[in-house]
Design a protein around this ligand. Structure first.
Ligand code: PFF
Length: 466
């Protein structure tokens, strides 16, 4: 990327008419809504269990408030300065191939993620409705999950229902759709998470799980603890998917970027810990913390937990509350991914919001159906040895996202300049973390990103295991 910092004048980009969040609360809840998702509730607990419990948690939190905070601030400040989604934000600093590539890779990632993410959102919706209408015992049957996802019609139906929730919210607009839905769903999610966590922690034998998650033990530490925590932090904070550029572009100039960012990090980490407290003690109580059960990954949420719920006195109620909170988490994240894509179509192609929304709906249905049908009609298809959904997840999370984040680092270091980020942050407050920001973005982030990229590719080819 060529250095063109001299071409960019100080101060803000020309003011344009653009949708806004109403204020700081709206921004924080919408961004927390984006961050808090399946990553927190399904991915965090099993990674924490696998990589050492308390020690994983400590490392995760240190990375989130340093590395995560730095990447988030960069994207938010660039978005707010340029008032554009990622393609326009990069183009503001230059038009050579590097800027185009950096902008488009950030913009395409959410278009590839939201289809398969919505397939899982459809599974969550189906489970929520099942707990409403059936007993906890019938949802916990051994083949319940596999027979559902291998039934093409049923999996497609629930996937489309979830897509409809997302698209209808987007049609409502930034303030009346995205912000309003986040302001309702996020507080409800917190309350439900606290109730389910307390219930789970008070089951007989659950305390061992609470201790495992919260008390750091150096014996459980390995270098992979750091690598896994780094990858998870990225996934969880919605970094490198164009989202924070876009949401930053909707942030008013008087919102304090620094405190808003830390509030989102705190919200996201808090829900991840609560999710750990919901899942790990329940599994300890039921299975005595068997590593093979805790490490089971995806099946934890759809197979193991329903079995645990079925043994609880209030299993059905807990099932409804749990899947409702997961649905809210998944919906607000999918909304942020779709909103980012809509914003790119509006900014770069000059489309109306309605037309852009129809386009992302079509993309979701076409690409998502490939992932959804990968467990039924297309179940013989393998790409690089992976199922279609896993392939999209690998392509975006393991390959494209570290590259997209690297592009953001280069944009800040070589083109926009850290001074511009400082200026944008100090528009509304002091920049208390300025020194740390500078060190991390220049020296630490590029090294960490290279480690994430290399390790996750090696992981897929079985050379290391994450
Ligand atoms: N940050 C959200 C989560 O933790 O689920 C959203 C998200 C993360 C979406 C990663 C997609 C993704 F690949």
């Amino acid at each position: 990327m060529k250095n063109s910092s001299n071409e960019v004048s100080a101060g803000s980009a020309p003011a344009q008419k653009r949708s806004n969040f109403s204020g700081k609360l709206g921004y924080v809840l919408a961004t927390a809504g984006s961050a808090v998702g399946l990553g927190n509730i399904w991915r965090f607990p099993y990674l924490a269990a696998k990589y050492g419990g308390g020690i994983f948690l400590v490392i995760y939190l240190i990375l989130a408030v340093t590395f995560g905070y730095t990447m988030m601030t960069s994207e938010e400040a660039l978005g707010r300065f340029t008032r554009k989604s990622p393609v326009g934000a990069f183009a503001r600093f230059g038009h050579s191939f590097g800027f185009k590539f950096g902008g488009w890779i950030n913009a395409v990632i959410p278009m590839l993620i939201v289809p398969y993410y919505s397939v899982i959102g459809g599974w969550v919706t189906k489970y929520l409705v099942s707990y409403f209408v059936h007993s906890a015992q019938s949802v916990s049957g051994n083949s319940y999950f596999t027979s559902f996802i291998s039934n093409a019609g049923s999996a497609e139906l629930w996937f489309i229902v979830f897509c409809a929730i997302v698209v209808l919210t987007i049609l409502g607009g930034v303030k009346n759709g995205v912000e309003r839905v986040s302001k309702i769903m996020m507080p409800v999610l917190v309350v439900l998470a606290v109730i389910v966590a307390i219930y789970s922690m008070t089951r007989p034998g659950a305390l061992a799980g609470v201790k495992y998650l919260l008390i750091p033990n150096m014996k459980h530490f390995s270098i992979m603890t750091i690598v896994a925590a780094m990858g998870q932090m990225f996934y969880s904070l919605s970094i490198a998917m164009g989202i924070l550029y876009t949401y930053g572009s909707y942030m008013k100039k008087d919102v304090n970027v620094e405190t808003a960012t830390y509030q989102v990090v705190a919200f996201d980490s808090g829900i991840a810990i609560l999710a750990g407290l919901m899942v790990i003690p329940a599994v300890f109580s039921f299975y005595g913390g068997k590593p093979s059960v805790l490490n089971a990954g995806p099946s934890l949420m759809f197979i193991t937990l329903p079995k645990v719920f079925a043994t609880m006195g209030l299993g059905r109620v807990v099932g409804v509350m749990f899947f409702l909170l997961v649905l809210f988490a998944a919906a607000t994240s999918a909304i942020s991914l779709a909103e980012t894509s809509v914003s790119t179509f509006e900014d770069e192609l000059g489309w109306s919001r309605a037309r852009a929304t129809v386009m992302i709906f079509v993309i979701m249905i076409v690409l998502g159906s490939l992932s959804s049908l990968g467990y039924s009609l297309l179940d013989s298809v393998r790409i690089l040895g992976m199922q279609i959904l896993d392939f999209f997840d690998f392509l975006t999370n393991s390959v494209m996202m570290p590259i997209a984040a690297m592009a953001t680092c280069l944009l800040v270091i070589r083109a926009a300049g850290t001074k511009l980020i400082e200026q944008e942050v100090t528009l509304s407050s002091k920049f208390f973390m300025r020194k740390m920001y500078n060190v991390v973005i220049r020296f630490i982030a590029p090294i960490f990103l290279a480690i994430i990229l290399i390790s996750s590719i090696l992981n897929v080819f079985g050379i290391v295991t994450i």
